[in-house]
Design a protein around this ligand. Structure first.
Ligand code: SAM
Length: 274
């Protein structure tokens, strides 16, 4: 089996898992959870700076929650995902009149992306592109990074959020320990990581109790940044996002305020030269 077959097989497995989990994901995620509302969206607004009238691409839109938020701010949004089930749910959640066009498209298929979203001119038509919490769900991100400079206008921005590769990956163990700190008994919350440098994929859950596990495609931070640089982007915005100390945990050791010194998410802005 070649590397290409491997990627294709992992991609098909990923699509099947997202189709199988679509209704559960849509029900639990709704229009956003703490990760979206507290960690991702404020940073996305600062870095993407969406303006009324802009044409924005929402990559791997899921149930369309970020597409609807951008459209509510006055942007014309083109949103895609490769899960037909999620796109159906995204459409069902979208009020008539919101300027969003949904496509079923596979981000690993460069020619399909160009055919559906490209222009006949030498540069693209999108002011910016957003990929919220999905690059680590993609079996291969090289085609997307390669095609984006042809979809974006000169100076166009690409904002993405991901699980922080150094702290929040499938090898992460959440720890609680107790210590006597000079007479005061203290609880200490930390994470332990055993794998970071080598890209690999492993099963995990996007949400507790989801019907079927799905692959996470783990890559170190330098992989994302270098891929951007190799395709003509510069990095000009970067935020590591942790929960505030007073945010209660949903579960004793889940991400929340006890881990306020450890960012489970990062948000980056890459930009093309003008
Ligand atoms: C964690 S969800 C995030 C969804 C959405 N962006 C959000 O913020 O709620 C990851 C999404 O990536 C999509 N995805 C994974 N691989 C993809 C691919 N090759 N092409 C398009 N979408 C993909 C999944 O179907 C899923 O909707």
């Amino acid at each position: 089996m070649t590397m290409k077959d491997d990627i294709q097989q992992a991609n098909e497995e990923t699509r099947a898992a997202w189709d199988a989990n679509a209704a559960f994901w849509n029900e639990k995620m709704g229009e956003g959870n703490d990760f979206v509302n507290i960690l991702q969206w404020p940073a996305i607004l600062r870095l993407l700076e969406p303006q009324p009238g802009q044409r924005i691409l929402d990559i791997a839109t899921g149930n369309g929650l970020t597409a609807r938020r951008l459209a509510a701010l006055g942007a014309a949004v083109i949103a895609f995902d490769f899960s037909e089930e999620l796109i159906k749910l995204a459409q069902a959640r979208t009020s008539v009149g919101l300027p969003i066009t949904y496509y079923i498209l596979d981000a690993t298929d460069e020619s399909a992306l160009l055919a559906a979203l490209g222009s006949s001119g030498s540069s693209g038509t999108f002011d910016s592109a957003l990929c919220n919490m999905a690059l680590f769900d993609m079996a291969d991100i090289q085609p997307l990074f390669h095609v984006l400079p042809r979809l974006l206008k000169p100076g166009g921005k690409f904002v993405f959020s991901i699980t922080h590769p150094a702290f929040n990956n499938t090898s992460t163990v959440h720890m609680a320990e107790e210590m006597d700190m000079q007479g005061e008994i203290k609880s200490v919350y930390s994470v332990k990581i055993s794998r970071y440098m080598t890209p690999h994929h492993a099963y995990g859950s996007a949400m507790r109790n989801q019907p079927r596990p799905q692959f996470y495609f783990e890559r170190p931070l330098h992989y994302y940044l270098n891929l951007g640089f190799q395709n003509g982007f510069i990095l000009d915005g970067f935020e590591e996002r942790a929960f505030p100390p007073d945010l209660p945990q949903d579960h004793p050791l889940s991400w929340g305020g006890k881990f306020s010194e450890i960012p489970p998410v990062l948000v980056a802005r890459m930009r093309l030269p003008s």
